[in-house]
Design a protein around this ligand. Structure first.
Ligand SMILES: [Zn+2]
Length: 350
């Protein structure tokens, strides 16, 4: 088990956990107005909820959602976030807003803008330009693609190009729902690609990259179970925007895996956290001190409610006795709540 090899050595310590797929912009979505009608399948959830919310985002709401999401990650011992962002009416500069917000809280982030043809060729070009701008300026990230089913083949090829130039992967949703066609990705993928979900991929899909499993989100959207153990690819663990409590996601991933195959062990599922450390290796040297010992997958799988006491990131104590040392958590929550109200007002006008 990797835990013993890392900087964290005490029985109640672990490395910083990594959320391998997040949407920080969803932090303000809780409490949002109900959609015009109840979505009855995955495509309608996208159309009636998420593709309306992302159109309502502006620079201000992107900033406060990222600060709140980063704070909530830190408070759960997650020190590194792999984020996938879309804000079609506020594209340029959006990745820098997210990176700056996370830096203020002290949490590591890998940013990507989800390029898509949903808003026409100009929208796709603006998304591509934002990824390239951010990476050229030295930002930590990948090139984002929303999903193959919302992109023209030329757009997929155009995203793969700057990823190669910058030496990073492409962060893309793949085969989340049954209608989410993915075969246009063939011939483009590489080992550093980040393939999110893969629920409806066949075992012999032929795509290269890490498959990031998001069990709670998949259940919430009723898209099915990805059965990640069937893939030869490395497997990562993400939340798909439902917070960044990786111990909680680990427990959900474990019981979901057990429901499918009762011989699955907590060690098997804990190993899915490794992919996050491969992408964000500095998080391994971060130290989370928990209110429980020993930090062992077999115990954690059956121990809800384990919480961080302290978090040290890059040698700095950024969470002390459960409180952020860098930012005023109460102020962030209050400002984020105000920003959420502005977002909801815009959303209702869409
Ligand atoms: Zn996602």
């Amino acid at each position: 088990m990797a835990i013993a090899d890392d900087a964290a050595v005490a029985p109640n310590q672990s490395p910083g956990l990594v959320c391998a797929h997040h949407h920080l912009y969803s932090a303000l979505a809780r409490g949002m107005p109900a959609p015009p009608r109840t979505p009855s399948n995955f495509m309608e959830i996208l159309e009636l909820v998420w593709w309306r919310l992302d159109r309502a985002l502006d620079a201000d709401t992107i900033e406060w959602s990222a600060k709140l999401g980063a704070l909530e990650a830190l408070e759960r011992g997650c020190t590194a976030i792999v984020d996938h962002h879309e804000s079609p009416n506020a594209i340029e500069g959006s990745l820098s807003i997210i990176a700056d917000a996370c830096a203020e809280v002290g949490v590591r982030v890998n940013c990507a803008y989800g390029i898509t043809d949903r808003h026409g060729p100009a929208g796709a070009a603006a998304g591509l330009a934002e990824n390239d701008r951010f990476l050229t300026a030295g930002g930590r990230g990948m090139v984002g693609l929303h999903a193959a089913f919302t992109c023209e083949p030329d757009t997929i090829a155009a995203a793969a190009e700057p990823a190669r130039t910058h030496g990073v992967g492409v962060h893309v949703h793949v085969a989340e729902g049954e209608s989410d066609t993915w075969t246009d990705l063939r011939g483009h993928t590489a080992d550093d690609w980040w393939l999110v979900h893969g629920v409806h991929l066949p075992d012999d899909h032929g795509l290269q990259g890490t498959i990031v499993h998001n069990p709670r989100s998949n259940m919430n959207n009723a898209v099915g179970y990805a059965r990640p153990t069937r893939f030869a690819n490395p497997i990562g663990l993400g939340t798909d925007g439902i917070g960044a409590d990786m111990l909680d996601e680990f427990r959900v991933a474990f019981v979901r895996a057990r429901e499918h195959d009762v011989t699955t062990t907590p060690d098997d599922v804990w190993a899915w956290l490794e992919a996050g450390w491969d992408l964000m290796p500095e998080a391994r040297a971060d130290i989370v001190t928990w209110n429980y010992a020993p930090i062992d997958p077999w115990r954690l799988a059956y121990s809800p409610g384990v919480s961080p006491i302290h978090v040290d990131i890059d040698g700095e104590r950024v969470l002390e006795n459960g409180r952020s040392t860098r930012v005023d958590a109460d102020e962030i929550r209050a400002k984020a709540a105000e920003a959420a109200q502005r977002l909801f007002t815009k959303l209702e006008a869409l």
